[in-house]
Design a protein. Structure first.
Length: 487
């Protein structure tokens, strides 16, 4: 069997890794349009005399991984298979970084409740005093049975009210998707299971509790997938050992996953990595029993690039998925005592009255992992605001840094300039699953089945989950599906 994998981001790399393990005789060609692997996994160490380590590690993309759920299990399995368990730095559930998360509204930090008692206490905070009433509203709100899909905003407003949705949920969506919750699909995002909970139980709060007790939060297919991943005893033990962890980071940065995958694939005789080779042709062969990628013929191809790139290669149906762009600004201060609030960081509601620089949130990196012995922050800005008005995007990295330092001055009282700063515009980095996204995917899949004889597989963040864990899980599933064809 011969397989082409188009794209060297985490989805393409994961697919290549698992496929090479499942079918050692399969010839795999991985096409990467650039000179590096890893996609949005971008960790950089910048030399500086301001740190006792001699450098500061900045994450220009994702910075943490969740070791829970199916996607978390797939992530843990990959780390175990790559022998990276010694690099894992757990963030325990009872640590301030895990327990303390904030919302900035209207001009102060409000602690997000981490339990029922904290939810009742939240009435003392401007942004969150609606929480107890929102939870009560859910208990008595009638269910909707006739909706196939709707926006996250529509669903949350119906169940929990407008104030809860605009303050709490829009902040959360800013942090995860950098998008507008009034246009994002409930069904296709990580909140999709809530539609099923509402349909079955009515109340979301009671439904989640009952579904969890009854083991109904996973479908039968997901349970089989979970069992498959847990067959590896080492994976099972590592996964269990991380049950007390809310998140994990990696000692050498998140990009080290891509580096280790690169090393593994380089050492695999059945894998060829083709750098600086963009995919310019994707078509069914004249004989109809193969698929052509560029000028080579394969049994199957896996497309792990963006949907916009797929649209340029295939004539129909429309395949592009909207995206959002984020400016990521990393700040480092030699003084380790700059933060008065201990925790993970804060998020900003979508329509904060005074947010001219379109801040999405600030992560307190040094509270989670601080070998540099200073204060390290990551300011994220943009998202749906950049999509609506590109003119508001900073024109230079220096301008982005000035916006970020102004934000931490207002919100955290940090008035001095950072000892080190790094700004990166991540253009089109987060796919936006609009209402009807699943129908869109179904149409694409039907077209591929009919016109490409099912010889093209789709994966990546635009397809079915935007997180690193989602991409790893989808790579695992894709490799499994192809391996069954090769038996």
């Amino acid at each position: 069997m011969k397989v082409a994998i188009c794209g060297g981001g985490i989805a393409g790399l994961s697919t290549a890794f698992y496929l090479s393990r499942l079918i050692p005789t399969c010839q795999i060609d991985l096409y990467e349009q650039g000179s590096r692997l890893g996609g949005w996994l971008q960790s950089v160490k910048i030399p500086t005399s301001s740190s006792p380590t001699g450098n500061v590690l900045f994450e220009q993309g994702p910075r943490t991984l969740r070791p829970s759920g199916l996607a978390g299990l797939a992530t843990v399995d990959l780390l175990k298979q790559l022998k990276m368990e010694e690099n894992i730095k757990p963030i325990l559930k009872d640590s301030p970084s895990a327990k303390n998360k904030y919302i900035y509204y209207p001009n102060r930090l409000n602690a997000i409740p981490s339990g029922a008692f904290q939810a009742l206490k939240s009435v003392t905070q401007p942004a969150l005093r609606v929480v107890p009433f929102a939870l009560l509203r859910d208990l008595f709100q009638k269910r909707k049975l006739d909706i196939e899909d709707e926006s996250i905003g529509s669903f949350m407003e119906r169940r929990f009210g407008k104030m809860f949705t605009h303050r709490l949920m829009s902040s959360l969506i800013n942090g995860i998707y950098a998008g507008d919750l009034h246009s994002l699909s409930l069904r296709s995002t990580m909140f999709g299971f809530l539609a099923d909970v509402e349909r079955k139980y009515g109340s979301i709060i009671l439904g989640i509790i009952l579904a969890s007790i009854r083991g109904e939060l996973l479908t039968e297919k997901q349970k089989l997938l979970r069992a498959s991943l847990l067959k590896n005893q080492g994976t099972k033990e590592l996964f269990q050992s991380l049950r007390s962890s809310s998140m994990i980071s990696l000692e050498n940065g998140i990009e080290s996953i891509a580096s280790n995958l690169n090393a593994f694939l380089d050492a695999s005789s059945n894998v060829s990595i083709r750098f600086n080779q963009p995919v310019t042709k994707l078509a069914l062969s004249d004989s109809g029993d193969k698929i052509d990628v560029n000028n080579c013929r394969y049994d199957y191809a896996v497309f792990a690039m963006s949907s916009n790139q797929l649209s340029q290669l295939l004539p129909s149906p429309p395949m592009s998925t909207p995206t959002s762009s984020v400016y990521v600004v990393n700040l480092f201060y030699q003084d380790a005592s700059m933060l008065n609030h201990k925790g993970f960081g804060y998020l900003v509601p979508l329509h904060l009255p005074n947010n001219p620089n379109h801040i999405l949130g600030v992560v307190f990196d040094s509270e989670q992992n601080n070998p540099e012995q200073g204060t390290k922050l990551t300011v994220m800005m943009g998202g749906s605001s950049y999509a609506k008005d590109p003119k508001c995007i900073p024109t230079t990295p220096d301008e982005a840094v000035s916006y970020a330092t102004e934000a931490v001055k207002q919100s955290l009282g940090i008035h001095i300039s950072p000892d080190l700063a790094n700004a990166t515009l991540q253009q089109n980095c987060i796919p936006q699953y609009k209402v009807g996204h699943q129908l869109h995917l179904d149409n694409v899949q039907s077209w591929i089945k009919e016109n490409l004889q099912g010889r093209l597989y789709l994966t990546g963040s635009w397809f079915n989950g935007v997180s690193i864990g989602d991409c790893i899980l989808n790579g695992y599933k894709t490799a499994q599906e192809i391996s069954l064809k090769g038996q």
